[in-house]
Write a new protein. Structure first.
Lengths: 170, 118
């Protein structure tokens, strides 16, 4: 009989294979366009992590912004660049071992920090109570934070106008 | 909350199993008689001229940027939509103002002919 925790671990393993496999594809693919598609796979894996951590809104944001928007921008940037589409490329050069050394050092530092820092854990009561839901976020966003909410639309308007002015062929 | 995501998981599993089952069954029962025309990428339609891995026109980028802007709009409208029935009446006006300002962006792009393919 599968328990809830076993299912969670299973999903976590699948997501990890997806995320790390995607990341490995990004750095090993011979074609830059394929690298970008592997990056999308990796980002979708992160969506799963957020869902597993019960962070529904973050999962939606990750899916819409990173998988939807940023990935599209990266793919377009590759498609618009001269000569990047077809060229086969090597992702390694003769300095790979220096990079590997630095990566190993960073990993060791992270491992030490992970072990030494006393990570504060939310008390049992907070863990048992339901998380901040998307609905609560909406109530706050359109209640006390209504001015920032409206300013966001102005910011987006400015971004689009700027993009059109910069990108138009005149 | 987490069990609600389980439904998404079940949906993903079924959504991937269904086409695999269909294509797999078709692969089992179909006759195998390949010929060059059948194996071409587009059996009907126009043949492509030259390579397909070419540099694309920069005009595509405006469409991508506009998509990103309205994508971000969707992210901010989601909490509003979820909390819709718990919000006071003026929240609707706030959201309408939010959408109206972004509609202004669309009008600007339209008026500046950024949407016209030249």
């Amino acid at each position: 009989m599968l328990t809830n925790q076993m299912v969670q671990i299973l999903v976590f393993v699948i997501l990890t294979i997806m995320t790390l496999g995607g990341g490995l594809g990004v750095v090993s693919s011979r074609n830059l366009f394929h690298s970008a598609l592997f990056l999308v796979l990796s980002l979708v894996g992160v969506v799963g992590y957020y869902a597993l951590l019960d962070a529904g809104f973050l999962a939606v944001v990750q899916l819409l912004i990173y998988v939807g928007a940023i990935a599209v921008l990266i793919l377009f940037a590759i498609m618009l660049s001269r000569g990047l589409m077809a060229r086969r490329q090597h992702q390694r050069n003769e300095q790979w071992w220096i990079a590997a050394l630095v990566v190993l050092l960073v990993f060791v530092v992270l491992l030490v920090v992970l072990g030494q820092v006393d990570w504060p854990v939310a008390d049992e009561q907070a863990l048992l109570s339901p998380n901040v839901s998307v609905g609560q976020l909406g109530q706050v966003l359109l209640g006390p934070y209504m001015i920032p909410f409206e300013v966001i639309s102005v910011l987006l308007l400015a971004a689009l106008v700027g993009a059109i002015i910069l990108a138009r062929e005149t | 909350m987490l069990s609600e995501f389980a439904f998404v998981g079940v949906l993903i599993v079924f959504a991937s199993l269904l086409p695999i089952a269909g294509l797999g069954f078709a692969w089992l029962v179909r006759p195998k008689k390949p010929n060059p025309i059948k194996k071409s990428t587009y059996e009907c339609g126009l043949e492509t001229i030259g390579g397909t891995w070419v540099q694309f026109r920069a005009q595509y980028y405006i469409f991508a940027l506009m998509f990103v802007v309205f994508d971000v709009e969707a992210v901010f409208l989601l909490p509003w939509a979820v909390a819709y029935d718990q919000l006071p009446a003026y929240a609707l006006i706030e959201a309408v103002i939010f959408i109206a300002i972004l509609a202004l962006a669309l009008v600007y792009a339209w008026r500046k002919d950024a949407l016209r393919w030249s």
